[in-house]
Design a protein around this ligand. Sequence first.
Ligand SMILES: *Cc1c(COP(=O)(O)O)cnc(C)c1O
Length: 390
Amino acid sequence: MADRLEIEGVVEAVRDVVGVAGSIALHEPEFSGNEKTYLNHCIDSTFVSSIGEFVDRFEAMLSERTGSRHAIACVNGTAALQVALQLAGVRTNDEVIVPALTFVATANSVSFSGAVPHFLDSESRTLGLSAKALAERLDAIGERGPQGIRNAETGRRIAAIVPMHAFGHPVDLAGLMEVAETWNIPVVEDATESLGTLYRNRHTGTFGLLSALSFNGNKIITTGGGGAILTGDDELARRAKHITTTAKLPHRWAFDHDEIGYNFRLPNLNAALGCAQLEQLDDFVERKRRLAARYRAAFERIPGIKVFVEPVGARSNYWLNALLLDENEAEQRDELLDALNDAGVMSRPAWTLLHWLPMYRECPRGSLPVAESLARRIVNVPSSARLAHA
Ligand SMILES: *Cc1c(COP(=O)(O)O)cnc(C)c1O
């Protein structure tokens, strides 16, 4: 078996890229800008909680940076996705199409709305939801009716499609939007991993009716915890702000609420951190792209494994670098993960496919050959922006 993957060679190649000394985290935040200045300002002002100038400023900066007409900050990306789905019209007992290969929060946000996730396949070109799988599935089970599109097998309405830009690489938005428009089903983008990523020169998260961003500690910028809803629709933006801020009616002193709202506000303290982080986003993206190029070069001559490269038409943020084992080498993945982690290089596989998790085992799904293959072959390796200096 001359072409067997050389585990030692792979560990060496990763070590060459990330530096030879010490243990290396998968992803760590970097605070080398105005973080402390803004946080001090925030504390001095006493406005650390749900009211304050940094929230407005952060939202304005997000809107400007992404080109989205509106950005509404919230407490985390999962909450942003949950509210985005609700505003897209997802209701109890609806079905929502999501990729099987994603972080569990994509499906959980569907469940929080009382709806059921319907898992479809990914494509290896993007690692994201396949437009072809979507079109074929809708042709097979989609039924047009007075309430919209029904899944003929389950009787439930298919209320939304949620593509996710995995590891910061955009899905085939042109293909997916075309299918979604043909069937008149709203698209909500899970753009929690793709802040700074462009698809055909336009920011991911601005193609769907709504989208969600995340600023969790491991994402490309962090607010500690945090998220945002993006939308180009004025009324949806107004609704998003309203229901994430307890549905309180603005008044000098009266305390009135006109519906059941969430307390999903992003505290001013977190927004202050976000403003400082967003100022550095371009720099983070540049460095992460350089790091990705170095991984690519290091793996050029290593057989049995490849570095995943951004799809055509994309300018990815390369949030997490992904190595992709050849099909024949897939059974060596766990051995490789052990060797990398033993060597102090924190690495991990892709998420366990959602239809393999106990709570989602019975959900409707299409056939998932690509997602199942990718899930067995992906290894994420250290991707902090600072490693570009190593
Ligand atoms: C991070 C992430 C989320 C959720 O974001 P949180 O801010 O952690 O709630 C949702 N979907 C995907 C794919 C993510 O990577």
